[in-house]
Ligand binder design. Sequence first.
Ligand code: GLA
Length: 679
Amino acid sequence: MNNSKRIIAGIASLAMLAGVVAAFPVQPEKVSAEDDVIFSADFEDGKEDGFSRRGEDETVEVVSEGAHGGDNCLSISTRKESWNGPQVALDDVIEAGTQYIVTAYAKTPYYSKLTLSMQFDDAEGTTHYDNVLPQDCKDGDWLKYEAKVSFPAGSTNKFLYFEAADANCTIFVDDFKISNVPDVAIEDLTSLRAYYADYFKIGTALTPSDLASKPFMKLVDKHFSGSITVGNELKPDYVLNNKATLAYMEENGDDENPQVSLASAKPVLDYCVKNNIPLRAHTLVWHSQTPEWFFKENYDAKGEYVSKEKMLKRMENYIKNVFAALAKEYPTLNIYACDVVNEAWLEDGTPRKPGHPSESNQWGASDWVAVFGDNSFIDYAFEYARKYAPKGCKLYYNDYNEYMDKKKQIVEMATRLKEKGVIDGIGMQAHLDCRQSMDAAFPSPQMFEQAVKEYVATGLDVQITELDVTVPEKSGDQYFEHQAKYYDAIMNVAEKYKDNISAVIFWGVTDDNSWRASQNPLIFDSEFKAKPAYYSIIEGLTPGEIPTNAPVPTQTAPSESPSPTVKPTESASPTVKPTETASPTVKPTETALPTVKPTESATPAVTPTEKTVAYGDIDLSGTIDVTDLTQLSLYLLKDVKLSEDEKKCADVNADGNIDLTDLATLRQFISKKISKLGA
Ligand code: GLA
């Protein structure tokens, strides 16, 4: 493959990192909502059955016209805002941290996006709003809503509600039910951890909603409990607390001490503590999923970038505060590894462009580069992490497409950091693509091995941190044997270098809840059954004794030394001056009012049971990437026509129009600033 092609493949693959995370379809036959109903509202007795209005202006009544089943349904009229609508309070009905099946029928009298959503307060009292299942209501027909829903453990003020993008239309609801999810036994297989007992840790990534599924967690406990990565909730977007940071600035006149909160990560961290499972903390410094305000004067996202000096103080205090909060709130948590910096190099070994990734013309840009001018922030991050991380916590640089040309820069950087004594390892994300055969796979196992070899040669530890291997979009199980061969080849490489590889972490457990769900990239299927890849990787291995996860001694918080006390050495990073972005500079029009307050979760707490539109996949290729952006630009310029299916996918904000707002939104998604498309 020539160099430019590689870069394109890399860009496409990076876009896939931001992939379709909004919907995890579940086989309809798996959902038997009739089984074990714990709450139902059919309005047949003329009462509102626990439903009320969300706003102040709506009229809530039981009406008999056009009911779905029986004689009555609920009507919510005189709405004024898109979020106005019917809600049901669930604190007395369901338990946080448990998964349920919700079924309901709802409609609007004329076209509108109609969304089933959830609301809850986390352990610190912050309110979250998440979309569960957005659907298009057409022609006043009843729509069936069916989804697996869970509220994070410890959450309170739990509500389910309907909201309609059209702020004025009446919403009707009928036959609303909540049922227990039937428990499913998992197969009696030998633990993967046993097979790899003499090799490396086997782990996975977990989000709070995963904890709510019993069979899912049985698989985690059995096969992947050697290491847990919090899937999203330890990323800066979740950890940096804007409100507390502003309050701190106000009270102390100090704008260099960003405040943090671990509330979103709590359910997963509690799980790790309870089971003594070692944690990979992911991730401190990243261009993506990091709030823009963190880099700006007065913490105002619209303000000027702060100076490098101020940013260094913010960076140091942020890193210090994260480790201090972890030590204080989770003193017995075994934080054995931490990704200090994630994805700083582009495929060709240049730093990212300066800017915020969500800006419409800043695909993949980095605020860190905008402040520092280059990648020199990396050295500081490692020095601060070394200073504040608990004893025994190994520090990693983690990257995607790590087998491409950027290897050279990663090795140079890692070698320099090793000389300074501030890095312990290199994380290879390993989001790989088998496609339809070993021959079509990218990277080839040989290419992957070459990268492992080069990283191992630095003398640092190597971890495979986010392993998954795709097959073609919506191809069912027809390529699973190829996928098994490819998985086996990759694991053979890991086994060969076992003395220098300390962990292999899968990015998820079952295909249906992967961020690349439509490409079935994991080793268990949606029915919790082992796929051919499970059997291929263990073939020839003899199971050993599963290593015990021992409790760690109580951690103490990093000392409150004034910031900054470390004088970072001058960085030897190449001072590449980032070039201007080549993306078209389309100026987005004002965005229409969002139908919901933005969700913070990049991995949904819910599993819709009906197929949803693959928003953003405009060329219907199965991946959302720059090609889709181009296609959308051309459509807006009237240079190409789109089919009806393509048009559905092009309306990425699901407001019924395809316009420049969709273009801007799609850019934000590809640059991972936002994690959901659709309503
Ligand atoms: C990258 C990040 C992960 C995750 C995946 C997509 O690999 O490192 O945290 O966001 O993208 O799920």
